[in-house]
Design a protein around this ligand. Structure first.
Ligand code: KG4
Ligand code: ZN
Length: 342
């Protein structure tokens, strides 16, 4: 099996990983804290940070792996979807490495990689696999018959689940990203303090934008009566928001599992780290009689280990990109779409 060096820079995490047949040899990364007070990722700042971090992280990864760059058999990079500037930094860097060391280039689909993160460590899922991928930019239900034969069977019509967490957190005066903070506060709160009705969306699609409005109205009403409403009820508000988001996700996951029978179900993406979602998914899967796969925390949020793992499959198929590789900020996930760069 080849030694692959992979780069992830699609949003606000810069990460480099090196993988071989003996598993992950090195995995390093930096989360960009610079966006904390802007309420979301500032694309220009993200690109600059990636540019500053990629070379030192690559050197660090090679040092940890104890190999020289000449030992790398292929360079892999997230080619999309993601922020255009951030993707351009990563793809330009990977193209340079591939050119200098005369080794093939592999263009990886970020959302495909979130799913393939489950194949880094055992127990690996079996196919057919149903995966709920929930991140800051996407909310998708994906049905896979094998690693490349996949279809998106449901997705969000507006905000992503992570966005719903982050926007809600912002209304509650929290810094970006708010998801993990909501999760922590929610553990101590009453999930039924507020009834935040979720939109009724037919089929397997999701919608979260109505939640934002319901929360805003509830906060306006609460603070009109009591100026410290948010402070006093922070834990209950977080628990109610989390309950509403998780409820929508689990309802659709259940419907998908009934329509697309499979023994294995997985959660992927940053929001998969949410303790409420994990707990509800465990319960749901035990009712369905399905095996649930939760990625390790380090492989939930954006990371290069999942890019390296996916690249191993692309390498096996002989699916390489050329020096004409152009980042694809909007790259829909589909079986045909994964052949885009060949
Ligand atoms: O997959 P990811 O790292 O980046 C994207 O590709 O978007 O996901 C980031 C998202 C953010 O919205 C963040 O708030 C959310 O994942 N997140 C969480 C938790 N940890 C991260 N949301 C809820 N609970 C968590 N524990
Ligand atoms: Zn992601």
């Amino acid at each position: 099996m080849p030694v692959i060096l992979a780069i992830e820079s699609s949003c606000d995490d810069t990460s480099v990983a090196i993988t071989s047949d003996s598993g992950i040899l090195a995995h390093v990364g930096r989360s960009q804290l610079i966006h904390e007070h802007f309420g979301g990722v500032v694309p220009e700042l993200a690109s600059r940070e990636h540019l500053a971090q990629l070379l030192p992280l690559t050197r660090q990864a090679l040092k940890i792996a104890g190999i020289s760059a000449h030992r790398i058999d292929a360079f892999a990079v997230t080619a999309g979807p993601g922020l255009p500037g951030a993707l351009m930094v990563g793809t330009s860097f990977a193209k340079s490495l591939s050119l200098v060391f005369q080794k093939p280039l592999i263009a990886v689909h970020h959302m495909h990689a979130h799913i393939m993160a489950h194949f880094i460590d055992p127990p690996k899922p079996e196919f057919p696999l149903l995966c709920l991928t929930v991140s800051g930019g996407h909310t998708q239900l994906v049905y896979l018959k094998d690693p490349f034969d996949l279809a998106v069977i449901g997705q969000t019509r507006d905000d992503a689940a992570g966005e719903a967490f982050d926007k809600g957190a912002r209304m509650l005066g929290m810094t970006y990203p708010g998801g993990p903070q909501i999760d922590a506060w929610a553990q101590r709160g009453d999930p039924h303090f507020l009834n935040l009705p979720s939109a009724k969306v037919p089929g397997l699609d999701f919608s979260f934008s109505g939640l934002k409005t319901s929360l805003r109205l509830a906060l306006e009403k609460g603070t009109a009566h009591h100026p410290d409403f948010i402070e006093v009820h922070r834990a209950d508000l977080c628990a109610s928001l989390q309950y509403a988001i998780v409820d929508m996700l689990i309802q659709k996951l259940r419907s998908a599992a009934q329509l697309y029978p499979c023994t294995d179900i997985a959660l992927a993406g940053g929001v998969a780290a949410n303790s409420g979602l994990q707990q509800a998914a465990r319960l749901q899967c035990s009712e369905l009689g399905s095996r649930l796969h939760l990625p390790k925390l380090a492989y939930c949020t954006d990371n290069a280990a999942m890019i390296a793992q996916t690249a191993l499959y692309y390498h096996q198929k002989g699916q390489f990109a050329g020096q004409d590789l152009v980042a694809k900020p909007r790259w829909p996930l589909s079986a045909d779409g994964l052949r885009f760069f060949t």
